[in-house]
Design a protein around this ligand. Structure first.
Ligand SMILES: NC(=O)c1ccc[n+]([C@@H]2O[C@H](COP(=O)([O-])OP(=O)(O)OC[C@H]3O[C@@H](n4cnc5c(N)ncnc54)[C@H](O)[C@@H]3O)[C@@H](O)[C@H]2O)c1
Length: 370
């Protein structure tokens, strides 16, 4: 099969779908790969490195999008919709529940799109989301620490405190992969950490994992409100797979937070959990103030640490990419349950039930179509 890898267009998105080593593996498996010039630059991979492993490097995105399957990192931007066409297989992060225009464009052009974030193993884990959640979680703590400094508009505190001065308080809502990784770094930086989750088993695991050194609380409106009153940094890390993120933090709760506190909503890619989030931001201009609190709402956080992120992402995506191109798509989806679950659109039909419900678009059963 022919695979295309375009250069990412999103603001400061420096990741690329595959490094040269991943491209080499696809070529060794009998496929051909077309890479857009400079696609790997942001991750420190040169065009020459792709050519050396047998890829064709082209100057025009059209040539990349002509291939049977296009592998990307982030959801296509509006200027890329024109490349959608019948028969195209798209394998990338899509976050359709928070992005109706992309969903409609995929439907209109009859594209088959498999979303990284919805590829789900039999044990319900999300193997293509977790590497980026690990990175975004770890970044959240260090970015939060930075925006708590006075020159960045923060209240002027260091998370570790010093002898005789209190530690910073970090409240993390959602104790999955991103939330746990945010907790690890915040705890390592010396902060007082509280994690809220609705899953009591997960809270027990966290208690064991951190040797009781962080506080765990059931996530409900009362606890969130109480915790936020004294928080320095709040991290949103909730996920309802395939769904738009629930609004768990109201404007009033943010109003009651101390001024110059910081909110980092990792879940902004699914629409965010804060009522005060009026927009998604970019690495160029990552924050804005609402109710006296700094809001950071970058939907592609790992794009800023592209080398780490590209390699971590492709370590996970490549085995699934190889499966996707090994046979006609109907056959692949019938035999690979994880990819079946990750399919958002099939030949233009919206086949992911949770995504369809959130978008209020009619859902078609993939089983019936195959
Ligand atoms: N902004 C970015 O750059 C970026 C990067 C990676 C991941 N993400 C996003 O981060 C989010 C978290 O991803 P993850 O991999 O950690 O998911 P995960 O499934 O590992 O964890 C989600 C957690 O949320 C918990 N949860 C569900 N409802 C809750 C509620 N009402 N209150 C508290 N907790 C609740 C679940 O029990 C689970 O433990 C996702 O939206 C993902 O898309 C964003």
């Amino acid at each position: 099969m022919k695979i295309g890898i375009p250069k990412e267009l999103k603001n400061n998105e420096n990741r690329v779908a595959l490094p040269p080593s991943g491209v080499y593996e696809l070529i060794q498996s009998g496929h051909s790969v077309v890479v857009e010039t400079e696609a790997g630059f942001g991750s420190a991979f040169t065009d020459e490195a792709y050519k050396e492993v047998g890829a064709t490097v082209v100057n025009t995105p059209e040539k990349v999008w002509e291939q049977d399957m296009v592998m990307k990192v982030k959801e296509p931007l509006e200027e890329e919709y024109k490349y959608f066409r019948e028969g195209l297989i798209l394998f990338t992060y899509l976050h359709l529940a928070a992005n109706k225009p992309v969903a409609q464009a995929l439907q209109k052009a009859k594209v088959t799109a498999v979303a990284y974030e919805n590829v789900q193993l039999d044990d319900n884990t999300l193997p293509l989301l977790s590497p980026m959640s690990e990175i975004a979680g770890r970044m959240a703590a260090q970015i939060g620490a930075e925006f708590l400094e006075s020159p960045k508009g923060g209240k002027g505190i260091v998370l570790a405190g010093v002898p005789g001065v209190r530690k910073g308080k970090v409240v993390i809502i959602g104790g999955g992969v991103a939330g746990t990784n945010a907790a690890k770094i915040a705890h390592g930086l010396g902060a007082k950490v509280t994690i809220l989750d609705v899953n009591i088993d997960r809270l027990k695991e966290l208690d064991t994992e951190f040797n009781g050194q962080i506080e765990t609380l059931m996530s409900n409106s009362f606890n969130i409100e109480e915790q936020l009153k004294t928080a320095d940094l709040v991290v949103g890390a909730v996920l309802l797979p395939g769904r738009k993120a629930p609004t768990l933090v109201t404007r009033d709760m943010v109003k009651n937070m101390p001024d110059h506190s910081v909110v980092i909503d990792i879940a902004i890619d699914q629409g965010g959990i804060f009522e005060t989030e009026t927009k998604t931001t970019t690495h160029d201009d990552p924050t804005y103030i609402e109710e006296g609190v700094t809001h950071y709402a970058v939907a592609n956080m790992p794009g800023a640490v592209a080398q780490t992120a590209t390699i971590a992402l492709s370590n996970s995506t490549l085995p699934f990419a190889k499966k996707l191109v090994q046979a006609p798509i109907e056959e692949v989806l019938q035999n690979e349950p994880a990819l079946y679950r990750g399919t958002n659109t099939y030949k233009g039909y919206l086949v992911h039930a949770a995504v369809a419900e959130d978008l209020e678009i009619e859902h078609t059963s993939l089983k019936d179509l195959l």
